[in-house]
Ligand binder design. Sequence first.
Ligand code: BYC
Length: 318
Amino acid sequence: MQIHDLEKIFLDKIEREIKIEPRDWMPDAYRKTLVRQISQHAHSEIVGMLPEGNWISRAPSLKRKAILIAKVQDEAGHGLYLYSATETLGTSREETINDLHSGKAKYSSIFNYPTLTWADMGAIGWLVDGAAIMNQVMLCRTSYGPYARAMVRICKEESFHQRQGFDILYTLSKGSREQKDMCQDAINRWWWPSLMMFGPKDSDSTHSDQSMKWKVKRMTNDELRQRFIDMIAEQVKVLGMILPDPNLKWNESGKHYDFGEINWGEFWNVVKGNGPCNKQRIAARKKAWEEGAWVRDAAAAYAEKRKAKAQKTELEAA
Ligand code: BYC
């Protein structure tokens, strides 16, 4: 079959909302954009375990500790589904992880900020997971089958994450003066970085146009960001707290909240590796990878042994 026939079949599937599966023909650029996005998403989940892992030993009660451990474990699971989805595109796990360690692959800017108080666990759950869900709900309908299916499962767990974050902040917001201040301080620090999670403005987004045509993305960065702001601007009222944006205002004619200018200089600085915790995060991941080498070796040796045993049994039976 000619390449243009294959491309026609591919585009026809996209048009008719038929998922593209690993064995299907796909344009190289589509494969490349998926490897880039899915692997970066996987890295975000794995690096995202670090800021919260920082508070497991300091959670204020046994119940909060158990919940936080479960959440961080869920994130490890999300990373693994997504690394597997990347592998279906013909990229090995080692390659993907090397790209993270070498700085070639990105991960979400948000995880380069420090977690200074317990209230940050609440703000991460409510705002960071909230932003992640807003983005990931649309990704449940992405055109690549393995990514879409991973997203369905991830979204279910993320909803629980967001609720637990809100619950932490709600408790603090009803507490002592000091607890209320801690809650407001965490919201102040996490609000703007959460808005940056959606990526650059549409006019500065490199990949959006093509990704929208291929239905990899179903909504643009700005559309999702606006939806998130409209949702959070209402929820913050329940906490009796405020969002740190003097320009946040309901726009009656547009039926949305107007908001202030995002500091894009800060965003690109963090993306380029100069955020408060970039170096620390990559160093922690490299250390974990090196210290986990014996586990990977042992698992590979065990798998090899089982395979040899299965082959022997098969030969004996034949
Ligand atoms: N941070 O053309 P654009 C979670 C990069 S974790 C860093 O708009 P695209 C959780 C972008 O990669 C959930 N880099 O890109 C875990 C591109 O550079 P490259 C994380 C960013 O791909 C633990 C350039 O800027 N979610 O839930 O069309 C605890 C131009 O951007 C960022 C995902 O990963 C950023 N924020 O759109 C709690 C969702 N934004 O690649 C929670 C999957 C942009 O050309 N990803 N860049 O070098 C996506 O949906 C899309 O990739 C994005 C960006 C919307 C993020």
